[in-house]
Design a protein around this ligand. Structure first.
Ligand code: HEM
Length: 403
């Protein structure tokens, strides 16, 4: 039995119910089995507690102030120097390099060829995770995913593992200090593999999962934020000029784009027992429950009668995030939410304490480098996708010209 939930309150309750189990990854087990998103109950809580140590505000602050700028500059430089590029390619390369750093896969962001190679593997992992929606021959897809995982294992995973094991041994022998260890998921898992009884295969899949979860969503949010800003800027040129200077305003725009275009449009759950929502809606045990984030994020009862319209200046009710539920909620809520989206906007917070998030920093870097839509070469939508995905989105970098 399939039940779709589209109202804000229904989706919020479903996300928070401990009787609803993650669903939808059984067929994608090749990448997803035993990963954080796939676990339930105590096992999930323990793994999450461990990995969460990395996703703390001090670490985000270190990341935003020390790592992000350098990685984005190195990745964007060739495009800015050429004076042109494609939004999707720029977004994916930045997102790939940044996510590799968080996951713990060693990767030089200046090496375009290696970044492309890693990205081609990670794209396959995404295809493997979402295989239940694939219209292709599933065995064929599985064989391609397996090949991508094997070559990633040899070319990226093992060298990164060896380096981390050496560093951990150096730490044990007093040769390096604790703060010289990389702050990434891989190092955290290797340090705690015994305590949590993690075998090599689970650690490997967890890293594959992190790479695809982080890279795809970050790149998707980047493209939508820039596209919405360019469109909004046609009627509101002063706002586009503001965005080129003001990172805080870009963050506001990013949250609004994320609300309207969540990177994961649905979340799937199955009730482990009959669950009744507070208004009496029944979710019977074993049902296939679809949490429709696109619709919930446009619920007029929460976002008013302009809920479907892009408006970065909108007010939202207290207790509701500007990005809606695009980062999920409840026990599986996205661990990367603050990393990518920054802290919730609070006009009273001192600027020095603000965090704007990876996506806003990427968008701001593109705009402040003079990134503009290429007037002679308009973007094209991907006709094979029901959702708004771009097949190409050419941009130019100029210091002047009209938006
Ligand atoms: C704009 C960017 C992002 C969006 C929109 C997003 C969205 C989401 C959503 C909706 C979920 C919950 C899925 C569910 O409940 O079924 C989730 C979970 C998760 N996300 Fe993100 N994500 C983003 C970026 C990232 C990044 C950068 C990382 C890591 C580097 C990340 C890592 C994870 C992990 C590990 C989980 C699983 C958490 C758990 O099961 O406890 N995400 N994300």
């Amino acid at each position: 039995m399939r039940i779709e939930l589209s109202k804000w309150l229904h989706v919020k309750e479903a996300f928070r119910s401990k009787h609803l189990r993650q669903a939808g990854y059984t067929e994608g087990a090749i990448v997803m089995e035993g990963t954080l998103l796939d676990l339930h109950g105590v096992e999930h809580r323990e793994r999450r507690r461990l990995e969460n140590r990395l996703f703390r505000r001090e670490i985000f602050s270190y990341w935003e102030h020390e790592i992000l700028g350098k990685t984005i500059d190195a990745t964007m430089k060739p495009f800015v120097e050429k004076g042109a590029g494609d939004l999707a390619q720029i977004g994916y390369r930045c997102a790939m390099n940044l996510t590799a750093t968080i996951a713990g896969i060693d990767q030089d962001p200046r090496n375009e060829e290696q970044t492309e190679l890693l990205y081609s593997k990670v794209k396959k992992f995404s295809e493997g995770a979402t295989i239940m929606h694939s219209t292709r021959d599933k065995d064929e897809v599985r064989a391609e995913v397996k090949a991508a995982m094997d070559s990633f294992h040899k070319d990226f995973f093992l060298p990164s593992k060896t380096r981390r094991e050496e560093l951990l041994s150096d730490l044990k022998n007093g040769k390096i200090a604790e703060d010289e260890l990389p702050r990434d998921v891989f190092t955290t898992l290797l340090r705690n593999a015994e305590t949590l009884d993690l075998d090599d295969d689970v650690v490997f899949r967890e890293i594959c999962f992190y790479l695809q979860a982080g890279a795809h969503s970050t790149a998707n949010a980047f493209t939508h934020t820039v596209d919405d800003l360019f469109s909004w800027g046609e009627q509101n040129p002063a706002d586009l000029d503001l965005a080129r200077d003001d990172l805080a305003f870009v963050q506001r725009c990013m949250h609004e784009s994320l609300r309207l275009s969540p990177a994961s449009p649905v979340a799937l759950r199955t009730p482990l027992e009959d669950v009744e929502l507070s208004d009496g809606t029944l979710l019977p045990r074993g049902a296939h429950v679809v949490l429709n984030l696109i619709e919930a994020n446009r619920d007029p009862e929460i976002f008013g009668n302009t809920s479907t319209v892009y408006d970065p200046h909108r007010d939202v009710p207290d207790g509701v995030a500007r990005w809606g539920m695009s980062f999920g909620a409840g026990s599986h809520a996205c661990v990367g939410a603050e990393l990518d989206g920054g802290l919730e906007i609070d006009e009273t917070r001192p600027t020095g304490d603000s965090l704007y998030g990876t996506v806003s920093v990427m968008v701001h870097a593109l705009l402040s480098a003079g990134g503009r839509k290429d007037r002679d070469n308009p973007p094209e939508l991907d006709m094979n996708s029901e959702r708004k995905h771009f097949a190409k989105y050419p941009v130019v970098f100029t210091s002047e010209g009209d938006d």
